[in-house]
Design a protein around this ligand. Structure first.
Ligand SMILES: [Zn+2]
Length: 247
C-alpha cells in the first residue's frame, strides 16, 4: 500500500521509512540504530528532539532530493499531545536505505542557557541594548577605537570612560560554520544550525557572533550581507539574542 501513498519514491524505501517511524516511536533503539548510516551515528543520536512520552508516528511525506537523497517527513506524537516533525534524509548504500541526516522541522535557532551578561558586568550595556532592539558596541570617545569584546579600559589609549553607542545592525559574513553535533543539550532539536561571524562596518569592522536564521539549506558565503534580528526570550527575565539573516 505504501507505494500508492508515495508515488515518487522507490517502494522499498517507503516501506523502510514507515517501519523506521514505528521503531523510533516504540523506542526500539537497536532497530533505529541499524537504520543510521554507521559513520553518522554520532551526529544523528540526540540531534533531533522528540515529543515527551512519544508513542506514535505517521509518515507525512517522502520526496526525492536533494541530489541522490530522499527526504522523509515523519510526525511523532506523545502521550501528552505534544508533536514533533522530523525530516530524515535517506541514502542508498550498497542496496540498503540508511538515514544520513535528520532534523526537526521547522528550523528554529538554539537558545543556550548561558546567554546573559558576564558576572563582572562589563558587557551589560550590550545586553540591555538588545532589550531595546539596539546593537550596542563599546567605543572609546578619546581615540575613536571600537572595542569588542568589552574591556574595562580602552586597549589602545587606556581611557577608562568608555561609551556604548547603538550602531547599524548590519554587516557582512566574515566566517561561518554549520554545526551538526549536539555539543550541548540545549541545541537538540535545532541541529544543524549555522553560526556566522559578522563584521560590522558601523563599528570599525569589529566582529560579533550569532546564529543565522533560516540557515537550513542556506548557501552561505563569506562576504554576504546580513541584517540583525533581536530574538526575544520566552521568559521576559531572560535576554533577547542577536540573530542574523541573509539580506
Ligand atoms: Zn581609546
Amino acid at each position: 500500500m505504501t507505494e500508492v501513498r508515495f508515488p515518487d519514491v522507490p517502494a522499498d524505501l517507503a516501506d523502510v521509512v514507515v517501519r523506521h517511524g514505528r521503531a523510533v516511536a516504540a523506542g526500539e533503539n537497536e532497530t533505529v540504530l541499524a537504520d543510521f548510516r554507521p559513520d553518522r551515528v554520532g551526529q544523528l543520536l540526540a540531534s533531533a528532539r522528540p515529543p515527551d512520552r512519544m508513542n506514535a508516528s505517521e509518515v507525512v511525506a517522502i520526496e526525492p532530493g536533494p541530489g541522490p537523497l530522499y527526504s522523509a517527513y515523519i510526525r511523532y506524537s506523545g502521550a501528552g499531545g505534544d508533536e514533533a516533525v522530523f525530516r530524515s534524509r535517506w541514502i542508498d548504500i550498497d542496496g540498503t536505505w540508511l538515514v544520513t541526516q535528520v532534523r526537526n522541522v521547522p528550523d528554529t535557532p538554539p537558545r543556550p542557557p548561558f546567554a546573559e551578561p558576564t558576572d563582572d558586568g562589563s558587557d551589560t550595556p550590550h545586553w540591555e541594548g538588545l532589550r531595546r532592539g539596539e546593537l550596542r558596541i563599546q567605543h572609546c570617545p578619546r581615540c575613536d577605537e571600537w572595542i569588542w569584546s568589552p574591556r574595562p579600559i580602552c586597549p589602545s589609549c587606556h581611557h577608562d570612560e568608555l561609551e556604548w553607542p547603538s550602531v547599524d545592525p548590519a554587516g557582512t559574513v566574515y566566517a561561518w560554520t554549520r554545526t551538526w553535533q549536539p555539543f550541548h543539550p540545549s541545541v537538540s532539536g535545532h541541529l544543524p544550525y549555522v553560526v556566522v561571524t559578522v563584521e560590522l562596518p558601523a563599528a570599525g569592522n569589529r566582529r560579533v557572533v550569532g546564529v543565522l536564521l533560516d540557515g537550513d539549506g542556506a548557501d552561505v558565503r563569506i562576504g554576504q550581507q546580513v541584517k540583525a534580528e533581536f530574538d526575544d526570550a520566552a521568559d521576559a527575565a531572560d535576554y533577547p539574542l542577536l540573530r542574523w539573516r541573509l539580506s
